[in-house]
Design a protein around this ligand. Sequence first.
Ligand code: UFG
Length: 326
Amino acid sequence: MRILVTGGAGYIGAVTAGHLLDEGHEVVVLDDLSTGHRQAVPRGAELVEGRVQDPQRLSRALDGADAVIHFASLSLVGESVREPLRYFRENLGAALSLLEGMASAKVHRLVFSSSAAVYGDPQVEVIDEDAPCRPVNPYGMSKVMIETILAEQGRAHGLAAMALRYFNACGADGQRGEDHRPETHLIPRLCEAMLGRRDDFVIYGDDYPTPDGTAIRDYVHVLDLARAHASALGHLDRPGLEVVNLGTGQGASVREVVDTARRILGVDFQPAVAERRPGDPPRLVASNQRARELLGWIPRDSSLERILQDALRWHRAHPDGYRGIV
Ligand code: UFG
């Protein structure tokens, strides 16, 4: 298949683009490189540099495409709370332009990069896709709104779409890893701290109602996410929207993540504990039954050990992230 990957210079987009090429697909990446990295775009993919909202660039990128995977998005929760209008304008604007472009190019298959942020703070052991969507920040709200639009476009114009709701994406694929600026995520910040490149790493809160007091998340390896996107492309045969969680079904606390990294590196590392980060729920763990049944998806690389080994290796090899790569 010829697949347009919007945001294919970003973290999950680039790993997925690489995986699709390995599977023998043709890949076109559309990315304005505002948060993505040119060096992350895999060799073998065609890069169209530009915004999804630019009709000319979009139509060039869509030329001959059989399907689209839409990653291009602003994706920082805290930033979305401070700048809601920018998040709604950018994320909704890109999605609307993409759908218009796809309709005129007669491309009817779409995989959409959604998020566990759609659920907000559901207060259940494991979250399945029927849990109500009650996002608590503009980032999550923008994802819910786009999912709603996709369902309507399915009814009106036959779009076959799948929204993949990622839990905590992490890890690296050897060549590509996580390089956000600023970096807010636990695992890359921890790797940088443990490799001596950051001295402001703290655990946000140890007074949560969890066994060790730190917050619990469902960490899923970016390679497993990439495989799920490839499978999703093969399941876009009916108009309408399917939503699918991508997580392991297993939670890990911040302390467990820190302890695992410490064991791997064999170093003594005792981070300080600070206040809770505002808006962080105590526990977010996915039910992945639907992904298993519908996509035959099994998260193969998502043990904490594997995730941290891969992330640490990538950060050690790329002290300046993608900037160090020509
Ligand atoms: N944390 C720390 N120290 C840090 C960074 C994070 O203790 O330096 C903690 C956080 O408080 C949280 C956990 O580590 O308890 C994970 O935090 P991340 O920032 O890595 O991830 P989040 O769970 O906050 O966010 C993720 C995705 C978002 C998505 C959200 C869904 O990155 O895109 O899940 O709720 F919106």
